[in-house]
Design a protein around this ligand. Structure first.
Ligand SMILES: N[C@@H](CCC(=O)N[C@@H](CS)C(=O)NCC(=O)O)C(=O)O
Length: 301
C-alpha cells in the first residue's frame, strides 16, 4: 500500500513527492533517524533496521520523522519519475539532488528496511536504488541514473561539451575512488563475510577492533589524501564547484559522499574530520547554500 505525501518548496519551484510504503494501519511508519541518511555504519544501519521493526516507540520517538506530514494527493499528473531507495542518503542522494536542482518532480519512494527482504529478489540486481520512468520497468545503477538526470532540464548539470564533460567525469571518478577506499571501512562493520571473515565477526571484540582500525586509518591517511586532491581540483576551477564555476552532477555526487563523514553516525569517524581541509568545508557549505539544495534539506529537518 502506498502513502504519498507531497512537499513543495515555496519559491524554489522545486517539488518532490515523498512516497513511503507502509504495511497498513499500525505499521511502523517512522522514518529512519536523519543522521542515518549518512549511512553511518553497519551497527547504525542494523540498529535502524531493528528499530524500525520495533513499534514500542522508545527509539523511534526520539528520532526525526521525515515526510510524515499529512497525506495529500499531488496536484496535476503524477511525476514521470519514481526513485526507490531506503530512507537514507547513500547511493540515491546524488540522483535526488540532480532532480532537485532541475526542479523536476519525482516520487521519492523510500522503503523501510523491514520491507527489503521481500523486495530484494524482485529487483534487477538485488539492490537499490531503482528508477522507474513513466511506469516502465525500473533501471538500476545510481551513476547511470545521475548521468541520465543530468541530461534533463537545461542540461547544465552534465555539459555535453567534450572538455566540460571530461572535467565532470574526472571529478566523478575521484569521488568514486574515495568511496571505494571507504567501502571496506563501512562493510567490515556490516558484512565481514565479504572480506573473508566469518558472518557475525563484526559483533565480536576482534571484529570491532578491525572496524576501528580500518576507520581510524581511513580518517588519518586515506581521507586527507582525497581531501587534498579535492582541494586541488577546487583550486584549479577557481574554488567554486568541483568541475568548474557551475554546479554539476559531479557536485551532486561529491556532496553527500563528503557529508556523511560529518554527521556523527559513523563510529570512529569524528564529525570534524574534514576540518583539516577548510577549502573542502567551504565548498560543501557553498553547495549546501544553493537555494534548491538548501530547501531540500530544510524540508527534511
Ligand atoms: N552500483 C550500485 C550499488 C547499489 C548498492 O550498493 N545498493 C545497496 C545500498 S547502498 C543495496 O541495495 N544494499 C542492499 C543489499 O545488497 O541487499 C548503484 O550505485 O546503484
Amino acid at each position: 500500500m502506498f502513502r504519498v505525501a507531497a512537499a513543495r518548496f515555496a519559491g524554489s519551484g522545486v517539488r518532490h513527492l515523498s512516497s513511503r510504503a507502509g504495511s497498513g494501519a499500525g505499521s511502523t511508519r517512522t522514518a529512519v533517524a536523519k543522521g542515518l541518511a549518512a549511512l553511518g555504519g553497519g551497527s547504525v544501519l542494523f540498529a535502524a533496521a531493528a528499530a524500525e521493526e520495533d513499534n514500542s516507540g522508545g527509539f523511534l520517538s526520539s528520532i526525526t520523522s521525515l515526510f510524515s506530514s499529512a497525506p495529500a494527493e499531488p496536484a496535476g499528473p503524477p511525476p514521470a519519475f519514481k526513485l526507490t531507495y531506503f530512507n537514507i542518503e547513500a547511493a540515491a542522494e546524488k540522483v535526488r539532488l540532480a532532480f532537485v536542482l532541475y526542479g523536476i518532480d519525482f516520487v521519492d519512494d523510500r522503503i523501510q528496511f523491514g520491507e527489503w527482504a521481500d523486495l530484494k529478489p524482485k529487483t534487477k540486481y538485488g539492490q537499490l536504488p531503482l528508477l522507474s520512468i513513466d511506469g516502465a520497468e525500473p533501471v538500476a545503477q545510481s551513476l547511470a541514473m545521475l548521468r541520465y538526470v543530468g541530461r534533463l532540464g537545461d542540461g547544465s548539470l552534465y555539459p555535453q561539451c567534450k572538455c566540460k564533460m571530461l572535467e565532470v567525469e574526472e571529478a566523478m571518478g575521484l569521488t568514486e575512488d574515495m568511496e571505494r577506499a571507504w567501502r571496506p571501512c563501512l562493510y567490515a562493520g556490516m558484512r565481514p563475510q565479504e572480506y573473508g571473515y566469518p558472518e557475525g565477526y563484526n559483533k565480536t571484540e576482534d571484529g570491532q577492533a578491525l572496524v576501528k582500525k580500518l576507520r581510524g586509518e581511513f580518517v588519518a591517511t586515506t581521507l586527507p589524501k582525497y581531501l587534498t586532491y579535492i582541494e586541488a581540483q577546487l583550486d584549479k576551477h577557481g574554488g567554486t564547484f568541483i568541475a568548474g564555476d557551475r554546479i554539476t552532477i559531479a557536485d551532486c555526487h561529491l556532496l553527500p559522499t563528503l557529508n556523511k563523514f560529518t554527521k556523527g553516525f559513523i563510529d570512529h569517524v569524528p564529525t570534524d574530520c574534514l576540518n583539516t581541509h577548510p577549502k573542502v568545508v567551504a565548498y560543501m557549505a557553498r553547495v549546501m547554500a544553493d537555494p534548491k539544495i538548501a530547501a531540500w534539506y530544510a524540508a527534511q529537518k
